[in-house]
Design a protein around this ligand. Structure first.
Ligand SMILES: [Zn+2]
Length: 309
């Protein structure tokens, strides 16, 4: 354990307490059931509470429709052969790692093979996805950035072949960031950083009564018509703030993202970028919360985003 960088980064007492609280299948099931069914099991097929609780079984039997079901039905852990204590430990390790944990590292930490670790990580990340319709309010900082595809480890000859030069953006994807002053962020991978793509997203996610702070980029030009106030900072003339208006919170969030991604992955494939961002945004937006409990609750209460296969 002493060799494990991720464990060293967090409070060791916490991982020990997770392992001791949720070290058995029974303890995990009881915990999940208390969250999912605070008033007793409900049939996942017909909604009946007329349930026969079988002794020595983790499955319940519905007296009305005769189906049997367990607490993990319709969750990311559904039909998984893996013991729940491994899921609980994986969730704890993923939400508490300061940098993103690699699937190889996770495989070693919880003693599963690397394909299993990759699968678990993918599923756990899906639960961090936020489909919240809550509008960002008050002063909202908006900016776009190019993220992913660090090319530092790519061979020079290969870079040349691809026409990639230092500072090139060939492997990067544009990302739109919107941050409410109190520290709630939304980050969305976009196909193109242009007005046609960006404007509908600003209208969808930012309350019209908000004061929106941006740089002088043309895609933001119409904001004064759609929102209460548009503060444009002319970064090219080195105007980084006007009174209380600046984009410093979002700037430091971009730094966090770039560090997290560059530190772990040399090339982030575009199709996985949004899930990486979801993980970072989830941790940031809930930084005052107990992330482990929060994510366990979401997993057990949330419909899976992608059909379980
Ligand atoms: Zn039923």
């Amino acid at each position: 354990m002493a060799k494990n960088i991720y464990l060293r980064e967090m409070e060791q007492e916490s991982i020990l307490s997770i392992v001791s609280r949720f070290g058995t299948q029974k303890a995990c099931i009881e915990h999940l059931e208390s969250i999912r069914w605070p008033n007793g099991p409900v049939c996942t097929h017909c909604g009946s509470m007329h349930i026969h609780n079988r002794k020595n079984s983790n499955r319940h039997l519905c007296r009305d429709c005769n189906s049997s079901f367990s607490v993990t039905v319709d969750t990311i852990m559904h039909a998984s052969k893996l013991p729940l204590p491994k899921w609980f430990a994986a969730i704890f390790l993923i939400v508490n790692a300061k940098k993103r944990i690699s699937s190889l590292q996770l495989a070693r930490d919880i003693n599963v093979n690397k394909n299993t670790a990759w699968y678990m990580q993918k599923r756990i990340r899906e639960a961090m996805y936020s489909d919240s319709d809550d509008l960002l309010k008050g002063i909202v900082e908006v900016d776009e950035s190019y993220v992913g595809g660090s090319m530092t480890n790519m061979r020079k000859s290969y870079k040349k072949e691809l026409g990639i030069y230092p500072g090139g953006m060939e492997h990067k994807k544009p990302v739109l960031g919107m941050m409410q002053r109190e520290g709630l962020v939304k980050v969305i991978v976009i196909d193109k950083a242009d007005a046609k793509t960006i404007r509908p997203l600003l209208n969808k996610h930012i309350d019209t009564a908000s004061e929106v702070v941006t740089d002088g980029f043309g895609a933001y030009r119409m904001l004064h018509k759609t929102h209460a106030k548009h503060v444009k900072l002319n970064h090219s003339k080195n105007i980084m703030s006007l009174g209380k208006y600046n984009t410093s919170r979002l700037d430091s969030f971009w730094t966090t993202i770039k560090r997290a991604i560059v530190g772990q992955y040399h090339r982030v494939s575009p199709e996985h970028l949004q899930s990486y961002l979801d993980e970072i945004a989830f941790k940031f937006n809930n930084r005052e919360e107990d992330l482990f409990s929060l994510l366990i609750t979401r997993i057990i209460q949330q419909e899976p985003r992608i059909a379980v296969t």
